[in-house]
Design a protein around this ligand. Structure first.
Ligand code: HXC
Length: 257
C-alpha cells in the first residue's frame, strides 16, 4: 500500500510505522491519523505480526494534532467531522504496540504515545500536553491516561501549565518504560519488539488485554478478568509447550496455538 505521510515496514514478526511529515514535525493531520490507523489495523489482523512499533524522527515523535488544520473549526465541525474519531481503533489493537519516542511528543503526540503499551524514550524525548496554551484541552486521552500513568498531581502540573518534561523526569514519573541514548533507540526498540513477538501470540493478546483491564476497571473486576484469562491459557498448546520446555531445560518453541 502507498501511504503519503507514513513509512511502513516489516522485519520478521515486527511491524514498523514511521510518521513521516518532517515539514510539520509529524503534526497529526487527518491523512496522517487515517494512515496510522489503517497500517496498524492491517498489522493487527496479520497473525505473522507479534509486535507493532510506532516512531517518528530524531526531532519529533509528533508535535501534536495539526494546529493549522484545526484552527478554523467550530464546535459543530469538531462534533460532526471529528478528525480524531478513529483513534479509538488504535487504542483497541490486540497486538502490543511500542512507542519509540525521540524529540517532541506533545499534545496529540503524547496522547498517541500513551495509547501504546510501552513507551521507550531516547534521552532527547520531551513530553507535554501544551493544549492549554492554545485555548483548548487535551482531546484524545491526555486528561485520562496521563493521571493514570503519572498520578493526578504531576498530570495537573503538565496539563494546567502546558510545560514540557524531559525523558528523565518522564521516566521517574512512570510515563516511560526505559530511556536509551538517542543513537541506540531503534536498535533497543527492535530488540524489545522481537522479544515480545517471540512469545505465544494468543498469550500476548491475553496479557495485553489484562493490562488494559487494569487501566479501565476497579480491582475486583480486574482480578476476575485476569483469573479467567489465566485459566484460559491452560487450553493452549503453547502453555503445554512453555512448561514442557522449562522441565526439559530447553527454549520453548511456540506455535501460537
Ligand atoms: C501544525 C506544526 C505543529 C502542530 C509544529 N508545526 N508543530 N504544525 N501543528 N502541532 C510546524 C511549524 O508550524 C513549522 O512549520 C514546523 O512544524 C517546524 O516547527 P517549528 O515551530 O519551527 O520548530 P521549533 O522552533 O523547533 O519548535 C518545535 C515545537 C513547536 C516547540 C514543537 O513547533 C511547537 O510548539 N509546536 C506546537 C506544539 C503543540 O502545541 N502541540 C499541541 C497541539 S494541540 P512552518 O511551515 O510554520 O515553518 C493537540 C490537541 C490534541 O495536540 C487533541 C485533539 C482532540
Amino acid at each position: 500500500t502507498d501511504y503519503e505521510s507514513i513509512l511502513v515496514e516489516t522485519t520478521g514478526r515486527v511491524g514498523w510505522i514511521t510518521l513521516n511529515r518532517p515539514e510539520a514535525l509529524n503534526a497529526l493531520n487527518s491523512t496522517l491519523i487515517r494512515e496510522i490507523v489503517e497500517a496498524a489495523t492491517a498489522f493487527d489482523a496479520d497473525p505473522g505480526i507479534g509486535a507493532i512499533v510506532i516512531t517518528g524522527s530524531a526531532k519529533a515523535f509528533a508535535a501534536g494534532a495539526d494546529i493549522k488544520e484545526m484552527a478554523d473549526q467550530g464546535y459543530i465541525d469538531m462534533y460532526l467531522n471529528d478528525p480524531f474519531a478513529r483513534w479509538g481503533e488504535f487504542g483497541r489493537l490486540r497486538t502490543p504496540v511500542i512507542a519509540a519516542v525521540a524529540g517532541f511528543a506533545l499534545g496529540g503526540g503524547c496522547e498517541l504515545a500513551m495509547m501504546a503499551d510501552l513507551i521507550i524514550a531516547a534521552d532527547t524525548a520531551k513530553f507535554g500536553q501544551p493544549e492549554i496554551n492554545l485555548g483548548v484541552i487535551p482531546g484524545i486521552g491526555g486528561t485520562q491516561r496521563l493521571p493514570r500513568a503519572i498520578g493526578k498531581y504531576k498530570a495537573a502540573d503538565l496539563i494546567l501549565t502546558g510545560r514540557t518534561m524531559g525523558a528523565e523526569e518522564a521516566e521517574r514519573a512512570g510515563l516511560v518504560s526505559r530511556i536509551v541514548p538517542a543513537d541506540d533507540l531503534l536498535t533497543e526498540v527492535a530488540a524489545v519488539a522481537e522479544t515480545i513477538a517471540s512469545k505465544s501470540l494468543p498469550v500476548v493478546y491475553a496479557a495485553k488485554d489484562a493490562l488494559q483491564a487494569a487501566q479501565e476497571t476497579a480491582l475486583a473486576e480486574g482480578l476476575r478478568f485476569e483469573k479467567q484469562a489465566f485459566t484460559a491459557a491452560f487450553g493452549l498448546d503453547d502453555q503445554k509447550e512453555g512448561m514442557a520446555a522449562f522441565r526439559d531445560k530447553r527454549p520453548a518453541e511456540f506455535t501460537h496455538r
